[in-house]
Design a protein around this ligand. Structure first.
Ligand code: EGV
Length: 384
């Protein structure tokens, strides 16, 4: 199923996925495209970075398994996941959550040929899953939140994959829904898979998921990510956690790809997670909420535009551009050197559903958000 690549107006570079849209923005001073954290370090985080030479020495000296266990415990616990399995047992460390997902996908395809996947969601998830030969069955986000999955759907797939909080909508799977979904997956012997990369931004996503999953008896896999939270210049860990009964060759395939991650990065994660637990996370929530408020206020009186995900707390916000085309607005913004993300490709099963929305990143300096708000405002008013 080939789709015509989106072509930028000013150049003719074909853009085949969301990440390629994000590449275009990487060197721009007003990059509000990718969901990575690019704001300034907080004073407490700067202090940790100042101690990197000592941390390097510590990482070189101590047993890596010990550092890995501490980093994993600290991170999972900071985000409310007290019942998590421990590293070295049923948590595998990866360089990134996309790598964790690739390892998951390669493992899953040994036992099934189909997976139900939340729609919309960030397009590298369907692309990675399709890349190993899985057939994807779209499940609407509303469907997952509002009711049980049908027995027909559950009988037709080997796994269900939910991004929670979802990217880009910010929608969180609540505890009761997770419990029910896990029960259904247990009943049908389907692997329940969660991508919780954005969980750090929303306290509603920080109830103890592992307690619910373990109690259900279902086969489960969870991909956790430190990569969206802190401005650590792509120094991050993706974690692949799984149930004792997962029945997938995750450890074998992980070992095919890597011996281990850097103990220096594990130490960095441990230190940033400790700071998060001691108030850093609350500060981050306030920071994102303020950026969101500045952006929304700046555009509040622009006709025929609105923010779609009213209650979202994640570090991105979707703007509906009304009757305008998202790609046209994206091009106009680009000529002001401001980059956002057109949303079609999040709607991996039906891209036209994203024709009129843009995703704006909020993990940026307040000054960038203010400037972007101003540029968006003038572009939308010209165009409206
Ligand atoms: C976001 C990009 C890839 C991803 C960006 C993202 N990574 N393609 N492996 O991290 O929301 O901007 O998730």
């Amino acid at each position: 199923m080939l789709q015509t690549p989106a072509v930028s107006r000013s150049g003719d570079v074909p853009v085949e996925n969301l990440t390629q849209f994000e590449y275009l923005a990487l060197n721009s001073p007003l990059n509000l495209a990718d969901g990575h954290a690019r704001q300034e370090l907080t004073p407490a985080q700067s202090k940790v970075i100042g101690e990197l030479p000592d941390m390097f020495a510590e990482a070189a000296e101590r047993p890596v398994a010990e550092i890995e266990r501490e980093a994993c415990d600290m991170f999972f616990t900071a985000l409310g996941q007290r019942s998590h399995p421990s590293a070295g047992d049923r948590v595998l460390s990866c360089y990134s959550s996309s790598l964790a997902m690739e390892i998951y996908a390669r493992s899953l395809v040994t036992g099934t040929d189909a997976i139900a996947l939340i729609h919309p969601t960030f397009d590298n998830i369907p692309d990675i899953l399709r890349g190993v030969g899985l057939r994807l069955v779209p499940v609407e986000e509303e469907q997952i939140h509002d009711a049980d999955l049908t027995p027909e759907l559950l009988a037709s797939v080997g796994a269900v994959f939910v991004t929670t909080p979802n990217n880009p909508t910010g929608r969180v799977l609540g505890e009761e829904r997770l419990r029910r979904l896990a029960e259904q997956c247990a009943e049908h012997d389907v692997v329940l898979t969660l991508d919780t990369s954005f969980r750090g931004f929303d306290p509603d996503a920080q109830y103890d998921h592992y307690e619910v999953l373990e109690a259900s008896g279902c086969r489960w896999v969870v991909i956790e990510d430190t990569g969206k939270l802190w401005p650590t210049l792509e120094l991050k860990i993706g974690w692949l956690a799984f149930s004792a009964n997962a029945g997938l060759p995750l450890a074998k395939i992980h070992s095919d790809i890597l011996l281990g991650v850097s103990p220096l990065i594990l130490l960095l994660v441990r230190r940033f997670a400790a700071d998060a637990a001691e108030g850093g996370l609350t500060d981050l929530h306030r920071f994102i909420a303020e950026n969101r408020a500045v952006l929304r206020t700046r555009l509040a009186d622009v006709p025929d535009t609105w923010f779609v995900d009213e209650h979202s707390r994640v570090s991105v916000d979707r703007l509906h551009v009304g009757s305008r085309l998202g790609l046209d607005v994206w091009s106009a913004l680009r000529s002001h050197n401001l980059y956002a993300l057109p949303c079609q490709k999040f709607h991996w099963a039906r891209p036209s559903e994203g024709d009129h929305t843009l995703r704006i990143a909020l993990s940026r300096s307040p000054l960038s958000i203010a400037r972007a708000g101003q540029a968006l405002r003038s572009v939308l008013l010209e165009d409206g």
